[in-house]
Design a protein around this ligand. Structure first.
Ligand SMILES: NC(=O)C1=CN([C@@H]2O[C@H](COP(=O)(O)OP(=O)(O)OC[C@H]3O[C@@H](n4cnc5c(N)ncnc54)[C@H](OP(=O)(O)O)[C@@H]3O)[C@@H](O)[C@H]2O)C=CC1
Ligand SMILES: CC(C)(CO)C(=O)C(=O)O
Length: 304
């Protein structure tokens, strides 16, 4: 059995690590090389303690790497892996909100993306690090590279293992489209919850229809320019549906702001605004939200 190596001990990484260990997989955690990480980490979840060995270096043997990290942590991780490639036969699964400008050159062609609507967060409790699985959702797994998308089947054992650890999981033949949908929803919800300091559901009671339509039109235009069909009306409808389904949630961006952590705004509305500008047209609504959130968070340094 190929062991799993979960990068970090963040919310989604811990959720997957616990699910994998609970279902009989061998799971290790990967801390940063320069960190003073203890050799073991205990995660408390669902009234159980789960214990994981922690490594600061990459193994020489094949591993299944699961990296659910912030968008601004993707390039540093991939640079680390370029300097110290994984052993042949390894797999790399990436999961992050938003998109990077240079994904085509940055993401290894054999990497997979995992997209999820599960919600999780970490807190320090009486039992040390506690994981809270705050919202049951579903997930999709697919090839990151659009040239591979749909063409090659996903490794059946990988799908089965992830689906058992954290169900339900769908094999996604068009991960590019799936990620554009998620990007669009996050662009319409996350910055607005920061600006209005509200839960996702409260957005539905604010007079935001015109703004959401304009944001969606700009996203739709850039998607079309990149060969992705994403009608603006569908984006607004989907964002409203997600806001309704997650009405009681604080968005990840608002949580980041409240914890004085950097946000992923550069990879959401910032990605849209820059992309539109490069394509020769303006995206004033996305540009405005990008700058507004950046201004609010300008003192929060990126830890990495
Ligand atoms: N949490 C949720 O419910 C959801 C999150 N998402 C998205 O998924 C992504 C991950 O979210 P989440 O799990 O909440 O994020 P977290 O910040 O909780 O987890 C990321 C973890 O990865 C660690 N890390 C990053 N880079 C490295 C590295 N090179 N080596 C070792 N450890 C590393 C971080 O360490 P450190 O803390 O030291 O930086 C942190 O522990 C984000 O893009 C988020 O927007 C999407 C849907 C739901
Ligand atoms: C879907 C949504 C908006 C749920 O809170 C989310 O993905 C986030 O907060 O980042």
């Amino acid at each position: 059995m190929t062991p799993w190596l979960v990068v970090g001990s963040g919310a989604l990484g811990s959720l997957m690590a616990v699910g994998l260990q609970r279902t009989g997989q061998q799971v290790q955690l990967k801390a940063r090389a320069d960190s003073a990480a203890a050799p073991q980490l205990q995660i408390h979840a669902n009234q159980h303690n789960y214990e994981f060995p922690v490594y600061t270096s990459w193994p020489a043997q094949p591993v299944r790497v699961f990296a659910a990290i912030k968008a601004y942590q993707v390039a540093p991780l991939l640079n680390e892996l370029r300097a110290r490639p994984l052993a042949p036969g390894s797999e790399l699964i990436l999961s992050y909100n938003g998109m990077l400008d240079d994904e085509a050159s940055l993401i290894p062609s054999a990497a997979l993306h995992w997209v999820t609507t599960h919600g999780a967060f970490r807190q320090v409790g009486d039992n040390g690090q506690e994981l809270v699985h705050a919202g049951q959702g579903e997930s999709w797994l697919g090839w990151a590279n659009p040239a591979v998308s749909g063409a090659a089947g996903l490794p059946a054992d990988l799908l089965r293992t992830l689906a058992t650890a954290l169900p339900p999981l769908v094999a996604e033949p068009d991960m590019v489209l799936r990620r554009w949908h998620k990007l669009a929803v996050n662009c319409l919800i996350n910055p607005l919850t920061v600006i209005h300091q509200c839960r996702n559901g409260e957005l539905l009671n604010l007079p935001l229809t015109d703004l959401m339509q304009q944001l969606a039109a700009e996203i739709s235009q850039l998607a079309a320019q990149r060969g992705v069909v994403l009608p603006a009306a569908g984006i607004v409808a989907q964002a409203r549906q997600v806001a309704q389904k997650t009405a009681a949630n604080w968005s990840s961006m608002l949580s980041d702001v409240r914890n004085q952590r950097p946000t992923e705004i550069d990879y959401l509305n910032g990605f849209i605004a820059r992309g539109c500008q490069q394509a020769g047209y303006a995206a004033p609504a996305n540009e405005q939200l990008w700058q507004q959130v950046k201004k609010l968070t300008k003192d929060f340094s990126r830890l990495r």
